[in-house]
Write a protein that binds this ligand. Structure first.
Ligand code: EPU
Length: 294
């Protein structure tokens, strides 16, 4: 009997992951599980864990790099109406984990609910954004979070965690043993035109400083070290334009590795190792990865 006995309708075997990530690189998942609601997720994940199978939760794949050999385990992808609802109660939005975050920002602005425009251009699902406390120069998600609904894997229960319990810090939360199911975000009633204008301004600024979204990447590869910029350190180490196979360090922003035609995940990993090494030799700083390698 297989571990996913009874869940056949939501499980695909040997499923390509490249089409589910921004990098569009890497091999298949041994199992791709697409639960339709929380109960299905909790039960299937329990079976998987009981069978000792490795697992990951995939959002919109904006911050992951899948190895060429693929993932020898189960990738859970939250999709469908059980996870992608948004509702507004005055200035508070209740947002499901699978909701596309950039789209949610725009929808909120259309309703004259402002604040999130500072996160313009941060890609991903709400679940992924919360899980890694995503953000940029003008803010991070934590400043909007009232609470987070999670499936807690220690007790197996659905819990609502307050902002404090989530343990937000720079690109980090303590949600390693939990699956984000949704969050309540505090927005503000404001000036729609001003919000949309600010949103556009930040988009434009990103467009000027970063490779365009049409180019394959996973955003910044490394976290910024305290009081420093990984992009600047990589740039100062002379890494812009460095290339291995089809992977290249962006000439526009050195913390982006772009994948050209024919690139493999191994090309990107080799370039990451080279870049880390060069920065270490050049400035004595040990860069830490922001992108997750599966
Ligand atoms: N810089 C260089 N050379 C480069 C890149 C940057 O000299 O190749 C310099 C810039 O001139 C600037 C400083 O480094 O003085 C910081 O650069 P930037 O303003 O571009 O911001 P960043 O710290 O590199 C952060 C986030 C980005 C986010 C931008 C804009 C991290 C690791 N990166 O980048 O987030 O888009 O701010 O808000 O926190 C991501 O997390 O995936 C990501 C792309």
């Amino acid at each position: 009997m297989s571990w996913y006995n009874g869940f056949e309708p939501i499980v695909r075997t040997n499923a390509p992951l490249s089409e589910l990530t921004w990098y569009r690189l890497g091999g298949p998942a041994r199992w791709l599980v697409q639960p339709r609601d929380e109960v299905e997720l909790a039960t299937a994940l329990n079976h998987c864990r009981d069978a000792g199978i490795s697992w990951r939760i995939l959002g919109r794949g904006a911050n992951v790099l899948v190895r060429d050999a693929g993932f020898d385990g189960a990738i859970f992808r939250l999709a469908g109406p059980g996870f992608d609802q948004v509702s507004y109660n005055r200035e508070v939005a209740t947002v499901g984990a699978a909701v596309d975050f950039p789209r949610f920002i725009r929808d909120s602005l259309e309703r004259a609910l402002v604040g999130l425009e500072v996160l313009a251009g941060v890609p991903g699902s709400l679940g992924g954004i919360v899980r890694m406390n995503a953000g940029g120069r003008y803010g991070e998600i934590r400043q909007f979070v009232k609470d987070v609904k999670v499936l807690d894997l220690t007790c197996g229960e659905v819990l609502t965690l307050s902002q404090d319990q989530v343990g937000f810090s720079y690109r980090h939360t303590n949600l390693d043993n939990a699956v984000v199911l949704g969050a309540r975000l505090q927005l503000q009633s404001g000036d729609k035109a001003a919000g949309l204008a600010r949103h556009k301004e930040i988009w434009t600024e990103k467009h000027e400083n970063q490779p365009p979204l049409s180019v394959r990447s996973a955003g910044c590869i490394f976290k910024n070290p305290a009081q420093n910029s990984a992009g600047r350190l990589l740039d100062q180490a002379g890494l812009k334009g460095a290339r291995i196979g089809g992977a290249e360090i962006s000439t526009k922003h050195a913390n982006f590795i772009v994948a050209h035609q024919g690139a493999s995940t191994q090309n990107v990993l080799d370039l990451i190792a080279l870049a880390k090494d060069r920065v270490w030799n050049h400035s004595g700083i040990n860069l830490e990865m922001e992108v997750e390698v599966w």
